[in-house]
Design a protein around this ligand. Structure first.
Ligand code: NAD
Ligand code: ZN
Length: 351
Protein backbone atom coordinates (compact mmCIF):
# COMPACT_ATOMS: atom_id res chain seq x y z
CA UNK A 1 0.00 0.00 0.00
CA UNK A 2 1.40 3.33 -1.06
CA UNK A 3 0.63 6.33 1.14
CA UNK A 4 2.55 8.90 -0.90
CA UNK A 5 0.73 12.14 -1.63
CA UNK A 6 0.94 14.66 -4.45
CA UNK A 7 -0.33 18.10 -5.39
CA UNK A 8 -3.40 18.14 -7.63
CA UNK A 9 -6.11 20.49 -8.84
CA UNK A 10 -9.32 19.13 -7.44
CA UNK A 11 -12.98 19.94 -7.89
CA UNK A 12 -13.76 19.29 -4.23
CA UNK A 13 -17.52 19.84 -4.26
CA UNK A 14 -20.33 20.52 -6.74
CA UNK A 15 -19.90 24.29 -7.13
CA UNK A 16 -17.76 26.79 -9.11
CA UNK A 17 -13.99 26.93 -8.66
CA UNK A 18 -11.28 24.40 -7.82
CA UNK A 19 -8.62 23.84 -5.19
CA UNK A 20 -4.94 22.94 -5.20
CA UNK A 21 -4.58 20.21 -2.58
CA UNK A 22 -2.64 17.17 -1.42
CA UNK A 23 -4.21 13.93 -2.59
CA UNK A 24 -3.02 10.33 -2.65
CA UNK A 25 -0.83 9.23 -5.54
CA UNK A 26 -3.05 6.79 -7.51
CA UNK A 27 -2.67 3.07 -6.78
CA UNK A 28 -1.40 1.24 -9.86
CA UNK A 29 -3.41 -1.84 -10.86
CA UNK A 30 -1.92 -4.85 -12.67
CA UNK A 31 -2.35 -3.31 -16.13
CA UNK A 32 -1.94 0.35 -15.22
CA UNK A 33 0.84 2.80 -15.88
CA UNK A 34 1.69 5.62 -13.47
CA UNK A 35 2.95 8.70 -15.32
CA UNK A 36 4.86 11.62 -13.81
CA UNK A 37 3.24 14.59 -15.58
CA UNK A 38 5.77 16.87 -17.32
CA UNK A 39 3.24 19.28 -18.83
CA UNK A 40 -0.57 19.46 -18.77
CA UNK A 41 -2.74 21.70 -20.87
CA UNK A 42 -6.11 23.33 -20.11
CA UNK A 43 -9.04 22.38 -22.37
CA UNK A 44 -12.45 24.02 -22.84
CA UNK A 45 -13.91 21.05 -20.94
CA UNK A 46 -11.78 21.99 -17.92
CA UNK A 47 -13.28 25.50 -18.09
CA UNK A 48 -16.77 23.97 -18.00
CA UNK A 49 -15.80 21.94 -14.93
CA UNK A 50 -14.13 24.96 -13.31
CA UNK A 51 -17.15 27.24 -13.93
CA UNK A 52 -19.55 24.41 -12.98
CA UNK A 53 -22.10 24.79 -15.78
CA UNK A 54 -25.16 22.62 -16.45
CA UNK A 55 -23.17 19.97 -18.30
CA UNK A 56 -20.67 19.64 -15.40
CA UNK A 57 -23.39 19.49 -12.78
CA UNK A 58 -24.88 16.45 -14.58
CA UNK A 59 -21.65 14.69 -15.52
CA UNK A 60 -19.03 15.32 -12.83
CA UNK A 61 -19.01 13.57 -9.46
CA UNK A 62 -16.70 15.44 -7.03
CA UNK A 63 -14.19 15.06 -5.57
CA UNK A 64 -12.34 14.80 -8.89
CA UNK A 65 -8.81 15.62 -10.06
CA UNK A 66 -9.55 17.06 -13.50
CA UNK A 67 -7.42 17.63 -16.63
CA UNK A 68 -6.97 15.31 -19.61
CA UNK A 69 -4.30 16.85 -21.88
CA UNK A 70 -0.74 15.95 -20.87
CA UNK A 71 2.56 14.26 -21.50
CA UNK A 72 4.97 12.77 -19.02
CA UNK A 73 7.48 10.10 -18.08
CA UNK A 74 6.49 6.63 -16.90
CA UNK A 75 7.21 6.32 -13.19
CA UNK A 76 5.93 2.82 -12.51
CA UNK A 77 4.05 0.02 -14.28
CA UNK A 78 1.71 -2.72 -13.02
CA UNK A 79 2.87 -6.34 -12.88
CA UNK A 80 1.07 -7.36 -16.10
CA UNK A 81 2.12 -4.37 -18.23
CA UNK A 82 4.23 -5.62 -21.13
CA UNK A 83 4.67 -2.85 -23.68
CA UNK A 84 5.48 0.18 -21.55
CA UNK A 85 8.57 0.72 -19.37
CA UNK A 86 9.69 3.04 -16.60
CA UNK A 87 11.22 6.13 -18.23
CA UNK A 88 9.13 6.02 -21.46
CA UNK A 89 7.97 9.43 -22.74
CA UNK A 90 4.18 9.11 -23.12
CA UNK A 91 0.80 10.72 -23.52
CA UNK A 92 -2.54 8.91 -23.62
CA UNK A 93 -5.90 8.57 -25.29
CA UNK A 94 -8.07 9.63 -22.35
CA UNK A 95 -11.32 8.19 -23.76
CA UNK A 96 -11.63 4.75 -22.21
CA UNK A 97 -13.67 2.59 -24.57
CA UNK A 98 -15.58 -0.36 -23.10
CA UNK A 99 -14.30 -2.90 -25.63
CA UNK A 100 -17.65 -4.72 -25.57
CA UNK A 101 -20.17 -2.58 -27.45
CA UNK A 102 -21.02 -2.80 -31.17
CA UNK A 103 -18.76 0.14 -32.05
CA UNK A 104 -15.80 -1.14 -30.05
CA UNK A 105 -16.12 -4.54 -31.72
CA UNK A 106 -16.24 -3.07 -35.21
CA UNK A 107 -13.22 -0.75 -35.21
CA UNK A 108 -14.99 2.42 -34.03
CA UNK A 109 -13.74 2.78 -30.48
CA UNK A 110 -13.86 6.59 -30.78
CA UNK A 111 -17.67 6.40 -30.65
CA UNK A 112 -17.95 3.74 -27.93
CA UNK A 113 -21.41 3.64 -26.36
CA UNK A 114 -20.02 3.43 -22.83
CA UNK A 115 -17.04 5.76 -23.04
CA UNK A 116 -15.47 7.01 -19.79
CA UNK A 117 -13.04 9.89 -19.85
CA UNK A 118 -10.02 10.23 -17.56
CA UNK A 119 -10.19 13.74 -16.07
CA UNK A 120 -14.00 13.78 -16.38
CA UNK A 121 -15.24 10.43 -15.06
CA UNK A 122 -12.01 9.41 -13.27
CA UNK A 123 -9.04 11.30 -11.77
CA UNK A 124 -7.05 13.19 -14.41
CA UNK A 125 -3.70 14.81 -15.09
CA UNK A 126 -3.74 18.20 -13.29
CA UNK A 127 -1.49 16.51 -10.74
CA UNK A 128 2.06 15.32 -10.25
CA UNK A 129 1.00 11.82 -11.32
CA UNK A 130 -1.79 10.28 -13.37
CA UNK A 131 -2.81 6.63 -13.71
CA UNK A 132 -3.60 5.30 -17.22
CA UNK A 133 -4.45 1.76 -18.41
CA UNK A 134 -1.64 0.38 -20.59
CA UNK A 135 -4.03 -0.01 -23.53
CA UNK A 136 -4.52 3.78 -23.68
CA UNK A 137 -0.87 4.82 -23.43
CA UNK A 138 0.65 6.50 -26.49
CA UNK A 139 4.45 6.34 -26.61
CA UNK A 140 5.87 9.56 -27.95
CA UNK A 141 8.76 9.77 -30.37
CA UNK A 142 11.56 11.54 -28.44
CA UNK A 143 11.95 13.92 -31.41
CA UNK A 144 8.61 15.53 -30.51
CA UNK A 145 8.97 18.50 -28.11
CA UNK A 146 7.30 18.35 -24.68
CA UNK A 147 5.13 21.39 -25.50
CA UNK A 148 3.60 19.65 -28.52
CA UNK A 149 3.38 16.30 -26.72
CA UNK A 150 1.20 17.98 -24.07
CA UNK A 151 -1.45 19.00 -26.63
CA UNK A 152 -1.82 15.78 -28.66
CA UNK A 153 -5.42 15.38 -27.44
CA UNK A 154 -6.81 18.62 -29.00
CA UNK A 155 -4.37 18.44 -31.91
CA UNK A 156 -5.83 14.98 -32.52
CA UNK A 157 -9.34 16.46 -32.65
CA UNK A 158 -8.11 18.81 -35.37
CA UNK A 159 -6.24 16.11 -37.31
CA UNK A 160 -9.29 13.85 -37.15
CA UNK A 161 -11.50 16.62 -38.55
CA UNK A 162 -9.14 17.88 -41.27
CA UNK A 163 -8.24 14.39 -42.52
CA UNK A 164 -11.84 13.12 -42.55
CA UNK A 165 -11.84 13.82 -46.31
CA UNK A 166 -9.75 15.29 -49.16
CA UNK A 167 -7.81 18.38 -48.12
CA UNK A 168 -4.83 18.93 -50.47
CA UNK A 169 -5.57 21.59 -53.05
CA UNK A 170 -9.02 22.32 -51.55
CA UNK A 171 -10.37 25.64 -50.40
CA UNK A 172 -11.13 25.39 -46.69
CA UNK A 173 -13.31 27.49 -44.38
CA UNK A 174 -12.85 27.19 -40.62
CA UNK A 175 -15.59 28.64 -38.39
CA UNK A 176 -14.24 29.32 -34.88
CA UNK A 177 -10.56 29.82 -34.05
CA UNK A 178 -10.37 28.49 -30.51
CA UNK A 179 -7.39 26.21 -29.87
CA UNK A 180 -8.85 23.39 -31.96
CA UNK A 181 -9.86 25.60 -34.90
CA UNK A 182 -6.36 27.09 -34.86
CA UNK A 183 -4.78 23.63 -34.84
CA UNK A 184 -7.06 22.71 -37.76
CA UNK A 185 -5.78 25.68 -39.77
CA UNK A 186 -2.17 24.63 -39.10
CA UNK A 187 -2.92 21.02 -40.05
CA UNK A 188 -4.83 21.97 -43.23
CA UNK A 189 -1.92 24.23 -44.24
CA UNK A 190 0.61 21.44 -43.57
CA UNK A 191 -1.50 19.03 -45.66
CA UNK A 192 -1.48 21.25 -48.73
CA UNK A 193 -4.86 23.03 -48.49
CA UNK A 194 -5.39 25.93 -50.90
CA UNK A 195 -7.08 29.11 -49.66
CA UNK A 196 -7.99 28.88 -45.96
CA UNK A 197 -10.64 31.33 -44.76
CA UNK A 198 -11.30 31.55 -41.03
CA UNK A 199 -14.11 33.26 -39.12
CA UNK A 200 -13.53 34.33 -35.52
CA UNK A 201 -14.82 37.31 -33.50
CA UNK A 202 -11.98 37.53 -30.96
CA UNK A 203 -9.10 39.82 -32.10
CA UNK A 204 -6.36 37.86 -30.27
CA UNK A 205 -7.43 34.66 -31.99
CA UNK A 206 -7.85 36.37 -35.38
CA UNK A 207 -4.17 37.31 -35.22
CA UNK A 208 -3.16 33.75 -34.31
CA UNK A 209 -5.20 32.40 -37.24
CA UNK A 210 -3.18 34.49 -39.70
CA UNK A 211 0.10 33.59 -37.99
CA UNK A 212 -0.64 29.88 -38.23
CA UNK A 213 -1.58 29.88 -41.92
CA UNK A 214 -5.05 31.30 -42.65
CA UNK A 215 -5.17 33.21 -45.95
CA UNK A 216 -7.97 35.46 -44.70
CA UNK A 217 -9.73 35.97 -41.36
CA UNK A 218 -13.25 37.37 -41.14
CA UNK A 219 -14.80 38.92 -38.04
CA UNK A 220 -18.35 37.48 -38.20
CA UNK A 221 -19.62 40.28 -35.99
CA UNK A 222 -18.51 42.95 -38.47
CA UNK A 223 -18.76 41.22 -41.85
CA UNK A 224 -20.97 38.54 -43.42
CA UNK A 225 -18.69 35.49 -43.17
CA UNK A 226 -20.66 33.61 -45.86
CA UNK A 227 -20.32 36.49 -48.34
CA UNK A 228 -16.58 36.74 -47.62
CA UNK A 229 -16.08 33.02 -48.30
CA UNK A 230 -18.08 33.25 -51.53
CA UNK A 231 -16.01 36.27 -52.61
CA UNK A 232 -12.77 34.40 -51.87
CA UNK A 233 -13.87 31.34 -53.88
CA UNK A 234 -15.19 33.00 -57.07
CA UNK A 235 -18.75 32.69 -55.82
CA UNK A 236 -18.50 28.89 -55.56
CA UNK A 237 -18.19 28.39 -51.79
CA UNK A 238 -15.58 26.41 -49.86
CA UNK A 239 -14.75 22.83 -50.88
CA UNK A 240 -14.36 21.89 -47.23
CA UNK A 241 -15.90 23.55 -44.16
CA UNK A 242 -14.65 22.72 -40.66
CA UNK A 243 -17.08 23.88 -37.96
CA UNK A 244 -15.00 24.43 -34.82
CA UNK A 245 -17.15 26.78 -32.70
CA UNK A 246 -20.47 25.14 -31.82
CA UNK A 247 -21.95 28.63 -32.00
CA UNK A 248 -25.45 28.49 -33.64
CA UNK A 249 -24.82 31.41 -35.99
CA UNK A 250 -21.47 30.03 -37.04
CA UNK A 251 -22.98 26.58 -37.63
CA UNK A 252 -25.64 28.02 -39.95
CA UNK A 253 -23.04 30.08 -41.79
CA UNK A 254 -20.79 27.04 -42.06
CA UNK A 255 -23.51 25.24 -44.06
CA UNK A 256 -24.17 28.32 -46.20
CA UNK A 257 -20.52 28.87 -47.14
CA UNK A 258 -20.07 25.25 -48.28
CA UNK A 259 -20.01 24.75 -52.07
CA UNK A 260 -22.40 22.36 -53.81
CA UNK A 261 -20.95 18.86 -53.46
CA UNK A 262 -18.62 19.93 -50.66
CA UNK A 263 -17.74 18.34 -47.33
CA UNK A 264 -18.67 19.85 -43.97
CA UNK A 265 -17.14 18.33 -40.84
CA UNK A 266 -18.67 19.39 -37.53
CA UNK A 267 -16.61 19.22 -34.34
CA UNK A 268 -17.96 22.22 -32.36
CA UNK A 269 -20.64 21.27 -29.83
CA UNK A 270 -23.73 23.53 -29.69
CA UNK A 271 -25.07 23.90 -26.17
CA UNK A 272 -28.63 23.26 -27.38
CA UNK A 273 -30.48 21.99 -30.47
CA UNK A 274 -30.51 24.46 -33.37
CA UNK A 275 -32.44 25.03 -36.60
CA UNK A 276 -30.90 24.44 -40.04
CA UNK A 277 -32.14 24.90 -43.61
CA UNK A 278 -31.64 21.26 -44.59
CA UNK A 279 -33.34 21.65 -47.99
CA UNK A 280 -31.07 24.42 -49.27
CA UNK A 281 -27.92 23.83 -47.27
CA UNK A 282 -27.63 20.05 -47.34
CA UNK A 283 -30.03 18.27 -49.70
CA UNK A 284 -30.03 20.47 -52.82
CA UNK A 285 -26.31 21.04 -52.26
CA UNK A 286 -25.53 17.33 -52.21
CA UNK A 287 -23.41 18.07 -49.16
CA UNK A 288 -21.43 15.45 -47.28
CA UNK A 289 -22.01 16.09 -43.57
CA UNK A 290 -19.77 14.50 -40.96
CA UNK A 291 -19.95 14.51 -37.18
CA UNK A 292 -16.49 14.29 -35.65
CA UNK A 293 -15.98 12.87 -32.17
CA UNK A 294 -12.65 12.56 -30.37
CA UNK A 295 -9.75 10.94 -32.16
CA UNK A 296 -9.73 7.66 -34.09
CA UNK A 297 -7.92 5.21 -31.83
CA UNK A 298 -5.13 4.97 -32.79
CA UNK A 299 -5.25 5.94 -36.49
CA UNK A 300 -5.41 9.66 -35.69
CA UNK A 301 -2.45 9.31 -33.32
CA UNK A 302 -0.27 7.76 -36.05
CA UNK A 303 -1.28 10.51 -38.50
CA UNK A 304 -0.51 13.16 -35.91
CA UNK A 305 2.90 11.68 -35.17
CA UNK A 306 3.77 11.56 -38.88
CA UNK A 307 2.70 15.18 -39.34
CA UNK A 308 4.72 16.34 -36.33
CA UNK A 309 7.80 14.43 -37.48
CA UNK A 310 7.53 15.89 -40.99
CA UNK A 311 8.51 19.23 -39.47
CA UNK A 312 5.74 20.97 -41.42
CA UNK A 313 3.57 21.67 -38.38
CA UNK A 314 4.77 24.76 -36.54
CA UNK A 315 2.52 24.95 -33.50
CA UNK A 316 4.76 27.27 -31.47
CA UNK A 317 2.52 30.37 -31.85
CA UNK A 318 -0.40 28.40 -30.38
CA UNK A 319 1.33 27.61 -27.07
CA UNK A 320 0.62 31.04 -25.62
CA UNK A 321 1.22 30.62 -21.86
CA UNK A 322 3.29 28.53 -19.45
CA UNK A 323 2.40 28.56 -15.74
CA UNK A 324 3.00 26.62 -12.53
CA UNK A 325 0.22 24.25 -11.41
CA UNK A 326 -0.41 26.51 -8.40
CA UNK A 327 -1.32 29.36 -10.80
CA UNK A 328 -4.19 27.40 -12.37
CA UNK A 329 -6.74 30.15 -11.63
CA UNK A 330 -4.72 32.57 -13.74
CA UNK A 331 -4.68 30.00 -16.56
CA UNK A 332 -8.45 29.52 -16.41
CA UNK A 333 -9.03 33.29 -16.43
CA UNK A 334 -6.70 33.74 -19.41
CA UNK A 335 -8.67 31.20 -21.42
CA UNK A 336 -12.03 32.58 -20.34
CA UNK A 337 -10.93 36.01 -21.62
CA UNK A 338 -10.08 34.56 -25.04
CA UNK A 339 -6.58 36.06 -24.82
CA UNK A 340 -4.88 32.66 -24.93
CA UNK A 341 -4.82 29.48 -26.99
CA UNK A 342 -3.01 26.64 -25.21
CA UNK A 343 -2.02 27.24 -21.59
CA UNK A 344 0.53 24.73 -20.26
CA UNK A 345 0.91 23.89 -16.56
CA UNK A 346 3.91 22.14 -14.97
CA UNK A 347 2.93 19.98 -11.95
CA UNK A 348 6.53 18.83 -11.40
CA UNK A 349 8.15 22.23 -11.83
CA UNK A 350 8.75 24.36 -14.91
CA UNK A 351 11.56 23.10 -17.17
P1 NAD B 1 -13.38 27.44 -27.94
O1 NAD B 1 -14.67 27.68 -27.28
O2 NAD B 1 -12.12 27.99 -27.35
O3 NAD B 1 -13.44 27.96 -29.45
C1 NAD B 1 -14.58 28.37 -30.08
C2 NAD B 1 -14.24 29.64 -30.83
O4 NAD B 1 -15.37 30.02 -31.63
C3 NAD B 1 -13.93 30.82 -29.91
O5 NAD B 1 -12.64 31.34 -30.20
C4 NAD B 1 -15.05 31.80 -30.21
O6 NAD B 1 -14.63 33.16 -30.14
C5 NAD B 1 -15.43 31.40 -31.64
N1 NAD B 1 -16.77 31.86 -32.06
C6 NAD B 1 -17.83 32.25 -31.30
N2 NAD B 1 -18.85 32.66 -32.07
C7 NAD B 1 -18.45 32.56 -33.35
C8 NAD B 1 -19.05 32.84 -34.60
N3 NAD B 1 -20.29 33.32 -34.69
N4 NAD B 1 -18.34 32.62 -35.72
C9 NAD B 1 -17.07 32.12 -35.65
N5 NAD B 1 -16.45 31.83 -34.49
C10 NAD B 1 -17.12 32.03 -33.36
O7 NAD B 1 -13.28 25.88 -28.08
P2 NAD B 1 -12.19 24.82 -28.56
O8 NAD B 1 -11.53 24.25 -27.36
O9 NAD B 1 -11.32 25.32 -29.66
O10 NAD B 1 -13.21 23.75 -29.12
C11 NAD B 1 -13.99 24.05 -30.24
C12 NAD B 1 -15.35 23.39 -30.17
O11 NAD B 1 -15.19 21.97 -30.27
C13 NAD B 1 -16.12 23.61 -28.87
O12 NAD B 1 -17.50 23.71 -29.19
C14 NAD B 1 -15.87 22.34 -28.10
O13 NAD B 1 -16.91 22.07 -27.17
C15 NAD B 1 -15.85 21.33 -29.20
N6 NAD B 1 -15.10 20.08 -28.96
C16 NAD B 1 -15.56 18.99 -29.59
C17 NAD B 1 -14.89 17.79 -29.48
C18 NAD B 1 -15.39 16.59 -30.19
O14 NAD B 1 -14.84 15.51 -29.98
N7 NAD B 1 -16.40 16.74 -31.04
C19 NAD B 1 -13.71 17.71 -28.71
C20 NAD B 1 -13.25 18.87 -28.09
C21 NAD B 1 -13.95 20.06 -28.23
ZN1 ZN C 1 -17.59 0.43 -26.39
Amino acid sequence: MSVATMQAIVKPEPKPGARLQEVQVPEVGLRDVLVRVRAASICGTDLHIYKWDRWSARRIHPPLVFGHEFCGTVERVGAEVEGVRTGDFVSAEMHLACGRCFQCRTGQRHICQNVRIIGVDADGCFAEFVKIPESNIWKIDPAIPVEYAAVLDPLGNAVHTVLAGEIAGRSVAVTGCGPIGLFAIAVARACGAGTIIASEPHPFRQKLAVKIGASLVVDPEKLDATAEVLAATNGVGADVVLEMSGHPRAVRQAFQMLRRGGRISLLGIPSRPLELDLANDVIFKGATVQGINGRRVFETWYEMQALLKSGRLDLAPLITDRIALADYEHGMELLLSGNASKVLMYPNGKP
